[in-house]
Design a protein around this ligand. Sequence first.
Ligand code: ZN
Length: 165
Amino acid sequence: MSDTLIGQDSVVTIHYTLTNDEGKVLDSSNGRAPLAYLQGHGNIVSGLEKELAGKAVGAKLSVDVPASEGYGERTGPGPQQVKKTEFGKDADKLREGMPFQAESSDGNVVTLWVAKIEGAWVHIDTNHPLAGQTLHFDVEIVDIRAATAEELAHGHVHGPHGHNH
Ligand code: ZN
């Protein structure tokens, strides 16, 4: 049905381009398959999800998302330097901008990001690489459908543009 609007639990397929304040393209689905996500499950940043609610297939939007509704404000002391050797055999897999899991001193699993790799040192940060930034999205809605029961149970989309498992 082409009159379907995006609501809670819609499976939404979009083409998107993400730019920063300077107009630099940070991510884009151009030349790739579009992105499918499950509305209302935190699959995409909250500021964009909010603006997509109620829209129809074919709609084109430009959305400015403040850091607080994107990847959060920057917090904490900033990147800390750790010797690459501390990562053991995983050291060669490290890439700037990639997330990894670590155990904090109180035993909780936390997500950290590789901010920079500099010789024998890795700069690790508790902030997402895009934290503190206003995000500018240009979005075109390609498809909207209802989620299956299995997708709702998993909290993400299955099929060609979603998870394959
Ligand atoms: Zn799944």
